[in-house]
Design a protein around this ligand. Sequence first.
Ligand code: UD1
Ligand code: UDP
Length: 432
Amino acid sequence: MHILTIIGARPQIIKAAALSRAIHQSFTGQIRETIVHTGQHYDAAMSQVFFDELGIPRPHYNLGVGSGPHGRQTARMIEGLENVLITEQPDCLVLYGDTNSTLAGAIAAAKMHIPIAHIEAGLRSFNKSMPEEINRIMCDHASTLLFSPTATGFANLLREGFDAGARPPFNIDNPRIYHCGDVMYDNSLYFAERAEQKSRILEKVGLVSGDYLLSTIHRDNNTDDPLRLNAIFAAIDEFSRRRKLQVVMPLHPRTAKLLDKNLSQQLLTSINSNPLVKIIPPVSFLEMTRLEKNARLILTDSGGVQKEAYFFEKPCVIARFETEWTEITSAGAGIIADADLKRLVAALEMFYDNPPTHYPPVFGDGKAAHFICEEILKLGNNKNSRQNSQKPVGKESAMEKTPENDTAGNPEGNTIQMNDAFRMTDDKLQSE
Ligand code: UD1
Ligand code: UDP
């Protein structure tokens, strides 16, 4: 089975590490992975560092697309990816999350009738002004295998008309949906100990374990709107001074480039003169994991950091007006505070005095990537996943019927398989 994995932005590189590791550990000889980097993120601290640290194979292709307006960036990716798909003729395309790299992969593969496995399917903010919301909806509806990390994501897919009882052969018109846990949880479990041993980030920055606020901010609606960016930084400055609490902010380059332009002079001066606030460049995954594990509080607008806060049982203030990860807020471990100075400070104060104690295990069992590999392999045995398709350009179809992959009537393929850990939840969902 030949899969082609598309990565481009930081969180996708990190997520891809989980699948590459599972392939390396359990599926060599069965799954061959070709990795394509779109080049959406290109600074060493946003890309290369993760390959070095997480043991991800070097990308076979880098399209070098770089930054730009959404249309141009996505179009260049589609063009580059189409060429790679023509050359590689994969059996399945693996896409992560909701970035422009995800969208480009979905369009390129769907038009070439290549089945798509979407990891992190079903997540919705119900806010279509977010570029990510458009990307994830489009990708889900072009996919054949949809792997939702949470019960909420799975329920969203049901609401959009996906059929939990679909039977093989699966294809774009008859997709299969799963609730299978989160590959990011796999990663955090796997790397937590290593982060403690290898990262010296607390010592480098001068942080006291258990006694600082970790914050990341990068969403375009926060960085590009001076009112919102000022409110977030004012909240951080005010809270750290009042509680005499250190703050560490590994800053995404998007945010770093906009501080001078979008923060008021008065706030910039106040932040710069606040000895408790340490603004640092983006850190590696092991460094970030150690920062998360030892934080007292986390304030973020990042999807991934919200989840990692939860994995490490840290209270999380969310600088957005909604979250896709509603399990976190339902458990009382996260508070949505928008980019509103008063709400942000109130939420930080609340969590500082009354940290949550309840973190139900809603992100799986740490083996999501293994499960996903197993299911992708079954697709390889599914002779009709390019049903209704023309032959791919340039080569004979990789999906021609062969004695090995002709599994019509395969009893295993006819059951609805959920990761055991989630069977109850999903059965319940389906009966509602
Ligand atoms: C992208 C994703 C977002 C994800 C985030 C993860 C989209 C639409 N957005 O947002 O969903 O949460 O990645 O981090 O795909 N830049 C650099 N160096 C880099 C990369 C970016 O300086 O290596 C700067 C450039 O000025 C660029 C800006 O950051 O214009 C934004 O980068 P871009 O990839 O377009 O979007 P992100 O904000 O990173
Ligand atoms: N991350 C990192 N270094 C940093 C900031 C974040 O390694 O300086 C990791 C973080 O641990 C998580 C992922 O990047 O695994 C989240 O990515 P990001 O916040 O860029 O995007 P989002 O998850 O919001 O799409």
